[in-house]
Write a protein that binds this ligand. Structure first.
Ligand code: KG4
Ligand code: ZN
Length: 396
């Protein structure tokens, strides 16, 4: 089955077309994958501005659709332009620019060979989510397709299954498939969650951050050190430079909640400790920046590892899954490979290219919904499709 997926929850506009097959061991063939990151736009402001993200998504979606259909060899213009459906204006009430772009091109495209449209409905920035959702609604009406509303965090959980080979990064005892129960650690700019995955689609959040998400802490600490947004890769680069120098960091930061008897996290105390250190030092030379980055990264990784190990032990997890933008971090990847080897369990981490937001993971998450409930594809009345709405705080 072919799924066209749309992701606009934050600062990446993405569309992909994936051919998915199999149930126990799903396989994903990437037919098209188009993505535009707004990082350079938000960089100037040191973070993501929802209304600006919304405007960019409105501008980018139609060109990305064209690009993605071309990659999938599904882009064909017809001579007789289809009439624009009447309720399109109602759908795009708040996105006049998207409406204009859509009306100019999309009705002229031959209906592609696609079975469903998947779209992220949350969690994320609501104005940004709505752009993708309204785009999905318009496509669904035009091409008479069902919409699969998709949870962004579920996308991060399954993102490790869509790398070219779908192989775990670290195989123990020849276990190449996800075995349940699994523990998933989701670490992104907006989330830090430990999830018990009892089976596909059977999730229980067993712990989460009480304040900042770990990616957010990386971004804020980077800003304190005068580094650009997003801060994760910058901190990681400085920390790595310090590690290879063989020097010991003279900074000492706390490992918040590392000994608490639960699976929750807290990163704001760690961030504040960095702030105090930065204020005390005053002028920050390159060496001290590297020391701070190193100690901060060590502290964050230690807490993540310790809580995850506790969860693996308590629930007898047979698989460890990592997801979210922060999994691009080399030190985190290394540390969790060690954890998995220690317990002799398999570890799934997305390919670094797929660890930050993308639409492939949304297609994969939608497919897991379809496997769980085939009837979902029959529910395609225009009324039902139009009821789908953005849920900024959607939980797993
Ligand atoms: O999943 P994602 O793309 O977007 C959200 O849903 O939040 O994650 C983005 C986050 C940012 O906070 C960014 O700083 C962080 O992932 N990140 C990293 C690294 N690369 C990206 N954090 C630490 N180390 C990295 N190498
Ligand atoms: Zn994300």
């Amino acid at each position: 089955m072919k799924i066209l997926a749309i992701e606009t929850s934050c600062d990446e506009t993405a569309i992909s077309i994936v051919e998915a097959s199999g149930e126990k061991n799903p396989k994903f063939k990437i037919l098209g994958n188009s993505l535009l990151s707004q990082i350079d736009i938000h960089k100037k402001y040191g973070g993501v501005f929802p209304m600006m993200a919304k405007r960019e998504h409105s501008k980018n979606l139609v060109p990305l659709l064209e690009d993605c259909l071309k990659q999938a060899e599904m882009f064909q213009l017809k001579n007789d332009a289809k009439k624009i459906p009447e309720n399109l204006e109602k759908i795009f009430e708040r996105e006049p620019e998207l409406m204009k772009n859509f009306a100019e091109l999309v009705p002229r495209i031959e209906r592609p060979d696609i079975n469903a449209v998947a779209v992220t409905t949350g969690p994320g920035l609501e104005p940004a989510l709505w752009v993708g959702i309204n785009f999905a609604k318009a496509l669904a009406i035009l091409w008479d397709l069902p919409i699969i509303p998709t949870n962004h965090m579920e996308g991060h959980i399954v993102s490790s299954l869509i790398s070219e080979s779908s192989k775990p990064v670290s195989v123990q005892n020849n276990k190449k498939l996800v075995e349940f129960p699994a523990i998933a650690l989701l670490i992104s700019g907006g989330h830090t969650e430990l999830v018990l995955v009892k089976d596909w689609l059977k999730y229980e959040i067993i712990g989460r951050t009480k304040d900042d998400a770990v990616g957010e802490a990386f971004d804020k600490v980077a800003r304190m050190l005068g580094l650009p947004y997003p801060g994760g890769p910058e901190i990681s680069r400085l920390a790595a430079a310090h590690r290879t120098s063989g020097k010991i960091s003279n900074q000492k930061f706390p490992r918040p909640m590392i000994h608490s008897h639960d699976f929750d996290f807290s990163f704001s105390g760690l961030k504040t400790a960095v702030l105090y250190a930065v204020k005390k030092i005053g002028e920050l030379g390159q060496n001290v920046k590297e020391e701070i980055a190193r100690e901060f990264e060590d502290a964050a990784v230690e807490v993540l590892v310790s809580k995850t190990k506790n969860a693996v032990e308590k629930f007898g997890a047979k698989t460890l899954i990592l997801g979210g933008g922060v999994t691009a971090n080399k030190e985190i990847r290394r540390a969790f490979e060690e954890v998995a080897a220690g317990y002799e369990i398999s570890l799934f981490i997305p390919d670094p290219k797929l660890s930050t937001d993308n639409a492939l993971m949304i297609a994969a998450a939608a497919y897991s919904r379809i496997i769980g409930d085939k009837k979902i594809l029959e529910k395609k009345s225009p009324e039902r499709n139009l009821e789908i709405k953005a849920e900024g705080n959607l939980s797993l």
